[in-house]
Design a protein around this ligand. Structure first.
Ligand code: NAD
Ligand code: UD1
Length: 335
């Protein structure tokens, strides 16, 4: 039987494909390439030395999804497919609700019809909204502060309701903190189109000489150096977290939310210094006004991930920066 990876050509999906293949799992990838390219799948096959089916299917297209379940013997789904840019979600809410929520509903309906009731879902620490209770535990009150966050919260609610209605479902809701870094081979990484919104992709573009300087969004927060603190996690640790979640749901029913973070918070300035050390470059920066919607401090309480999944992140900020720069430095022309 195979694990279906929706959004398998994306940033986290591609690393998870590689991780599952290396651990001996059979996979099937599905993507509509709205934010990725089929070449990523070629690279996953090259790195892992294994072949697997790829379906160029939009998850909103029910018949396309049915075809996949008809042809393949799917044991479980790891569901990454979706739009993920916060600012864009504010400008294009209907597109976000349609793709993320309606797309997920279509997928869950097809899974149910084919008796596939194991699911690992990409949620996000964004569901903690503006809570000031860092470190965030899974029972921290949830709220949505933008349409993107609302889609994650809605899908979590839908899945909790689904489990209540049919307790044979095995669902893992993984709340990622800030995934960064790249595959150590230098072959897989994040490929944002246009000017990046997130910190590390932006720093990488400055390091490549494609953007002039980093704008640090505020140095007047109540944090040790005044800049915001985040829980950056290596994308390979995240991929391993998905394998641990898959193994957990094989043995357990439920609809459990679990944080995937390191439990360590780093400020923007600390992140910048770590990247400079890893790359040997000086990154020009300028402090500017706060970005609307940013929380001062966000990092995970990782107790539940350790207890439930037997998983914890092992890679530190230096390794994250090294791999981030290896990918961005090598693939500068492609990015
Ligand atoms: P990504 O954009 O790199 O990957 C998403 C993939 O899904 C892309 O390859 C895209 O082409 C595909 N896709 C989008 N809509 C689709 C559709 N309708 N049908 C089929 N394929 C579709 O994003 P990522 O960083 O790998 O994130 C994966 C998931 O994790 C997303 O759901 C995202 O919201 C969530 N997440 C990401 C982060 C992060 O910082 N990267 C943080 C928290 C949660
Ligand atoms: C952002 C999203 C969050 C999403 C996550 C995915 C917002 C408000 N939040 O989180 O919902 O789940 O991405 O990875 O968009 N920074 C700068 N200069 C920059 C970019 C960022 O100073 O050019 C700072 C930000 O103020 C923040 C930190 O760097 O303090 C990290 O920012 P980012 O990488 O965008 O992640 P989040 O804001 O944590």
């Amino acid at each position: 039987m195979s694990i279906l990876i929706t959004g398998g050509a994306g940033y986290i999906g591609s690393h998870t494909c590689a991780e599952l293949l290396n651990s001996g799992e059979d996979i099937v990838a599905l993507d509509n390439f709205s934010n990725s390219s089929p070449d990523v799948i070629r690279r996953v096959k090259e790195i892992s030395g294994r072949d697997f089916p790829l379906y160029a299917v939009d998850m909103l297209h029910e018949q396309g999804l049915r075809r996949v379940f008809e042809r393949e013997d799917i044991e479980a789904v790891i569901h990454f497919a979706g739009y993920k840019a916060v600012g864009e979600s504010v400008r294009m809410p209907l597109e976000y609700y349609n793709n993320n929520v309606a797309g997920s509903l279509t997928l869950f309906g097809v899974m149910r019809d084919y008796g596939c009731k194991k699911l690992v879902f990409s949620s996000s620490a964004t569901v903690y909204g503006h809570s000031k209770e860092a470190p965030f535990r899974e029972d921290t009150p949830l709220s949505a502060i933008n349409p993107y966050g609302a889609t994650k919260l809605m899908i979590e609610d839908i899945l909790r309701d689904l489990y209540t209605s049919a307790p044979e479902w095995r669902i893992s809701l993984l709340r990622y903190f800030n995934p960064i870094g790249a595959h150590p081979s230098g072959e897989l990484g994040e490929e944002p189109s246009g000017i990046p919104n997130n910190l590390f992709p932006y720093i990488s573009r400055v390091a490549q000489g494609k953007l002039e300087r980093l704008y640090v969004f505020g140095d007047d927060y109540e944090t040790p150096d005044g800049t915001c603190v985040r829980d950056y996690i290596h994308v390979c640790d995240l991929a391993e977290g998905h394998l641990a979640a898959l193994r957990h749901i094989r043995g357990n029913t439920g609809a459990e939310a679990v944080n995937l973070g390191t439990g360590n918070g780093y400020s923007v300035f600390e992140a910048l210094r770590a990247f400079e050390n890893a790359s040997g470059l000086t990154i020009p920066y300028e402090v500017t006004v706060r970005r609307q919607g940013d929380s001062a401090v966000m990092y995970a309480d990782t107790t539940k991930a350790k207890a439930l999944l037997g998983w914890s992140a092992s890679r530190g900020l230096d390794e994250m920066c090294r791999d981030q720069w290896k990918y961005a430095g090598r693939n500068g022309d492609r990015l």
